[in-house]
Design a protein around this ligand. Sequence first.
Ligand SMILES: C[S@@+](CC[C@H](N)C(=O)[O-])C[C@H]1O[C@@H](n2cnc3c(N)ncnc32)[C@H](O)[C@@H]1O
Length: 276
Amino acid sequence: MAMRNGRTQTRGYIHGYSRAEQERLAAQSRFLEPMVFSGVDFSRQTRVLEIGCGVGAQTQILLRRFPKIFVQGVDVSPAQISRARENLARPIAQGRADLRVADGERLPFADASFDGAFFCWVLEHLQKPQAVLKELRRVLKPGARVFGIEVQNESLYLYPECPAVAAYWKEYNDAQRAMGGDPCVGAKTGNLLRQAGFKDVRVCAWTRHYDQRDRLAFKRMIDYWQRLLLSVAPQLLAAGRVDQKLIREMKREHARLKSHPQGVFFYTPLKFSARR
Ligand SMILES: C[S@@+](CC[C@H](N)C(=O)[O-])C[C@H]1O[C@@H](n2cnc3c(N)ncnc32)[C@H](O)[C@@H]1O
């Protein structure tokens, strides 16, 4: 912990490991499944490593979509792995999955142990994403397939303007940077993969653009987004970055946005594929 600009800076994971946050991750994986898994193909793989598997939410989807694979999940947090063990009790008992507490920078596996790898909303939290990608490469077989998706938080555009959301979003992203993460890692990940030695690196800007043409989808995306933003509220409040007034105003702006005839939500995460 250190002090900067009068604020406490804590290295760690911005969303925290509360039960409510773990449930949010599960709900998020179901909501975003069509986007996250479009183009992901492990139909020729047998052993897939998932880095930063959290509570096993994406692991469950991987196992359902690709019934022949074994998934090895790793996460740096014992709390996440403990919850993932509950969520994946059946595939673990069936020998289709295994979970380990491990830092992506030091994977407890021999060279060339896997023929596939997956990461989702993880690199943004790492202080050394390059080191994790190099370590990932070490444990993959030549030709192994890698798929990933990461954030690009500066791509967010809302219309009409939402000043309270923008103020809160700035604090959210500044807090993540102060923890050593990178809320704009998405646009950099193509270079990071190439420099870590991966081949056939492909990057796709996966813009999510919602407006009143599909009112229900627009409303659902804003509800999802608000839950994401509020997931870091306890940490932002504790650090003095936001106050309850800003949070109330942010909620009012989201409510107005949903019913505004010109309302727009626009955000671009980045998707990746590569080979070892
Ligand atoms: C936003 S969660 C995403 C979890 C999962 N991929 C999903 O989409 O549901 C990011 C996860 O990365 C984990 N993580 C952060 N730093 C890590 C590291 N150095 N090595 C492994 N996991 C890490 C966190 O503990 C957290 O569970």
